[in-house]
Ligand binder design. Structure first.
Ligand SMILES: N[C@@H](CCC(=O)N[C@@H](CS)C(=O)NCC(=O)O)C(=O)O
Length: 234
């Protein structure tokens, strides 16, 4: 049965390739579930959109009679019963998936929000004082330092490639795009090894025995531009 993935009908150039629907697309590719993409307007939000995602955000999915929002909950649901959420390591995979969202992404999205406000205050609100931005950046670096120590001697965050890696890598990609992963070689290599297939046109799953199957989004709406790296903007 095909899943419907709801994403935004339009986003400006800078978040293209970084909208959180990507982690769901990646999961769907990994588990070889067919899916269709449905779009919702970003502004104004529709009542239909809020009925599926009360905060008017994306991603959300419909899987049979079930609608779900929150990217982490969606990835856990989709990977249920698959090797990406192995029964014997379910608690640890869930722990790391939540750590990716609630320890790493919570810090990185706070910092990136400030960075973006510095660039586009008309969209992201008034810029924060430089000391506040630097403090937020250091908080992210402290989280990365801890993760770097952990990933120095392993390929995947827990056991084999799992749902937790999808969320962690997708979270780290945004930090990498801001040029802040370069001092963390283990994390740089972790992200490079597990590039989401849907960002590599013509390729599919990021790894594993079924690697190479094609990306099957129905409408090809993923755009492959990305946030310019910090060093490209200088
Ligand atoms: N915690 C949510 C965050 C969702 C989120 O921030 N979505 C962004 C796109 S990546 C969004 O819909 N932004 C538009 C808005 O907030 O109006 C999740 O992981 O699903």
């Amino acid at each position: 049965m095909s899943v419907v993935l709801y994403t935004l009908g339009w986003v400006p150039d800078f978040p293209c390739g970084f909208v959180r629907d990507l982690r769901v697309r990646w999961t769907l590719e990994e588990i070889l579930r067919p899916y269709k993409v449905a779009t919702v307007p970003s502004d104004p939000k529709s009542d239909e959109h809020r009925a599926i995602q009360p905060f008017g955000q994306v991603p959300a999915i419909r899987d049979g009679d079930l609608t779900l929002f929150e990217s982490g909950a969606i990835v856990l649901h989709l990977t249920e019963g698959t090797p990406l959420l192995p029964e014997g390591r379910r608690a640890e995979v869930t722990q790391w998936l939540i750590a990716a969202l609630n320890t790493v992404e919570i810090a990185s999205s706070g910092w990136i929000g400030m960075v973006l406000a510095g660039r586009w205050p008309e969209i992201f609100g008034p810029p924060s004082p430089p000391e506040a931005v630097e403090y937020a950046r250091r908080t992210v670096i402290a989280r990365l330092d801890a993760l770097e120590r952990l990933m120095a001697d392993r390929d995947w965050i827990v056991g084999d490639f799992s749902a937790a890696d999808i969320i962690m890598v997708d979270t780290l990609r945004v930090i990498e795009a801001e040029g802040e992963l370069t001092d963390h070689p283990a994390l740089t290599s972790y992200v490079a090894r597990h590039r989401p297939g849907c960002l590599r046109q013509g390729h599919g799953r990021s790894h594993g025995p079924l690697a190479g199957s094609g990306w099957r989004a129905s409408n090809g709406e993923v755009r492959l531009s990305r946030i310019p790296m910090a060093r490209e903007r200088r």
